[in-house]
Write a protein that binds this ligand. Structure first.
Ligand code: NAD
Length: 331
């Protein structure tokens, strides 16, 4: 039996913590449903603490609100985080019950630590899970969107694509590596899973990323966890472009200004990685149209250029310009 604790968090519509007698700990944060039900993935991760899982749900759900808004979707932002090493059928059933508790206010999907197959297990307990229908795994769409933004960022800055550091070779990072390799980029890679590193070296002649490679790299693609730009490195990062799929790449939004001052083009993560949500949204309340999704995701680079033009004309960062556009729909 799940124990439910409702929490008040400033700026959030609903935050709920779920526990049971068997060490289950999960949170669902609903940041906003102003534009529609709060969509966001279910993340299973061995967080260092319950507090860390809660903070992640809060940050990620807010990011989802902005992402859906800027993508022009009629959806809000939510997120489910669960403190665990890996999914099991029993765990997925508990998560399903937690999602069901919110009665459709929050719609879930897979994320880091979960797959479509895991979410299908959760669906035994709730009908509020997207991405189980025709749209399938959103990761290739996310990678396509990142690639579209990389192309636009290169075009806008006049850089040519020489070498890329892909951090994280999971569902999105691997697909992105295939795309970048196909256009002749030299790949530097890092991942905690040695087998993926070996595979990348074999398949793409990729080099394991080391600090010595930093000066060679044109583009850094964070495709693992977020918070990669922190107080520790924000002043020293000199990659000409940062564009990847990880959510919440900046520990603080004002780091975008420091990066800009240092000549780094930081592509707002929630534009670059919105291909997946565009794909998932296409099966909610309508017949899934793959061609339409392909067109929309392929146009993310154009959306980024629009954001970059606004940023330049108003002397603000691309992140501030993206936030302005997203917030305009949320008024
Ligand atoms: P994934 O779990 O399939 O892959 C993540 C990979 O990163 C794993 O291989 C893991 O070993 C590796 N990793 C973890 N910590 C690392 C570290 N410190 N250094 C190097 N590698 C590390 O996840 P994914 O679905 O590919 O998503 C990647 C990122 O993109 C996540 O931040 C996710 O929130 C974000 N994202 C994904 C989607 C999607 O459609 N899958 C959509 C939007 C955003």
């Amino acid at each position: 039996m799940l124990k439910v604790l409702e929490i008040t968090a400033n700026g959030y519509e609903r935050v709920v913590v779920f526990r049971d007698d068997y060490k289950f700990y999960g949170c669902i944060a609903v940041h906003s449903t102003k534009l529609g039900p709060a969509l966001g993935g279910c993340r299973i991760f061995p967080y260092q603490s319950e507090h860390a899982a809660l903070i992640d749900a809060l940050r990620l759900s807010q990011g989802m609100t902005y992402k859906a808004s800027l993508a022009g979707l009629n959806l809000g932002g939510g997120k489910c985080t669960v403190l665990a090493d890996h999914p099991t059928p029993e765990l997925m059933h508990k998560i399903g019950e937690a999602i069901e508790y919110l009665g459709g206010l929050y719609v879930s999907a897979e994320d880091v630590g979960t797959t479509v197959a895991d979410m299908r297990l959760a669906a035994a307990k709730t009908s509020h899970i997207a991405s189980l229908g025709a749209s399938g795994d959103p990761s290739p769409w996310t990678a396509l969107g990142v690639m579209s933004c990389i192309t636009a960022a290169l075009d806008y800055t006049g850089h040519s694509l020489l070498s890329v550091w892909i951090e994280g070779l999971g569902k999105v990072g691997w697909d992105l590596a295939c795309r970048l390799h196909a256009v002749g980029a030299e790949l530097y890679v890092s991942d905690l899973r040695p087998e993926l590193m070996v595979k990348a070296v074999e398949k793409f002649a990729a080099k394991p990323f080391t600090e010595d490679a930093v000066d060679n790299i044109t583009l850094y693609a964070p495709c693992a966890m977020g918070q990669v730009v922190s107080a520790r490195n924000v002043h020293s990062i000199r990659f000409p472009i940062i564009c990847g799929s990880a959510n919440n790449q900046l520990v603080q939004d004002n780091y975008a200004e420091i990066l800009q001052r240092n000549g780094v083009l930081y592509v707002p993560d929630y534009i670059a990685n919105s291909g997946g949500v565009i794909n998932v949204a296409a099966e909610i309340g309508q017949i899934y149209d793959r061609q339409n999704v392909k067109t929309r995701v392929g146009l993310l680079g154009e959306k980024l250029k629009h954001v970059l033009e606004i940023a330049e004309s108003q002397s603000i960062t691309p992140l501030a310009a993206a936030n302005m556009l997203a917030e305009a729909r949320l008024q």
